[in-house]
Ligand binder design. Structure first.
Ligand code: MG
Ligand code: MG
Length: 250
């Protein structure tokens, strides 16, 4: 069942989302060669507590970290570790959420570690722009698959592929609410979008084939062909005046 949010509830979600966006930005400023994914995770956890918020992912189905940190061919759900040292030329996806005053925020960005190949930078740019194309569809009068269609059409036009196994989702008092929001699909299909829906839109885009598999750690999803993968996500409210991104930095 889809839980519609009132204007007051959306403002509470914006407060949560701003914490997520701000800490994600701060983590991005700390991404550099030599830093470990465990250090980034510890930073995010400490900042979350300073904001009076709760890490949303830690312990979720047993996930051990505060942030899902996925490097290069890792797609999503990478486990942070003080043994994993970022190297010049890597790309690193940071997927992070908090609970604040009972409301969830969820956002992800993929950052360059030092100087990266032009081809990798293009993957990041196209994935982020693909997310924005999906967000543009988050308005009353559109249908659910219009979001995924816009993402897919844009990124496939650049020769990339859309991961199918993981999708976006409704979000509110729970991290994952209905509906699921695929990053692919036919235009004009699916449930009608309505004012008051809040959706986490999160394309995962591969440079090569779309296929992914989960490693033996039970969490880390990687591309089967070892190609690079990027992930960008925002929590977005559908309002009378159109889509509003709730997970912007303060
Ligand atoms: Mg996320
Ligand atoms: Mg999400």
């Amino acid at each position: 069942m889809i839980q519609l949010k009132s204007i007051e509830e959306i403002e509470k979600m914006r407060a949560s989302g701003r914490i997520v966006g701000t800490i994600l930005k701060e983590m991005g400023e700390r991404v550099r060669p030599g830093v470990t994914t465990g250090e980034l995770d510890a930073y995010a956890e400490a900042r979350t507590l300073e904001f009076g918020a709760i890490p949303a992912f830690k312990g979720y189905h047993g996930f051990p970290g505060t942030v899902c940190i996925s490097v290069n061919d890792e797609v999503v759900h990478g486990i942070p570790s003080t043994k994993r040292v970022l190297q010049e030329g890597d790309i690193v996806g940071l997927d992070f959420g908090v609970i604040f005053d009972g409301w969830y925020g969820d956002s992800a960005r993929t950052f360059a570690v030092g100087k990266i190949a032009d081809s990798a930078q293009k993957l990041l740019n196209v994935t982020e722009e693909g997310l924005l194309k999906g967000i543009e569809q988050c308005r009353e009068g559109s249908r659910l698959f219009d979001i995924g269609h816009a993402v897919q059409n844009f990124v496939e036009g650049h020769g990339y592929s859309v991961v199918r196994e993981f999708v976006g989702h409704g979000i509110g008092r729970a991290l994952h609410e209905d509906p699921q929001v695929p990053n692919y699909g036919p235009r004009g299909k699916g449930i009608p979008l309505k004012v008051g829906m809040v959706l986490a839109i999160e394309p995962m885009i591969n440079m090569g084939r779309p296929d992914v598999k989960v490693l033996k750690d039970g969490w880390t999803a990687v591309t089967c062909d070892r190609s690079l993968s990027a992930h960008f996500e925002h929590t977005v409210a559908i309002t009378e005046s159109g889509p509003q991104i709730l997970t912007l930095a303060i």
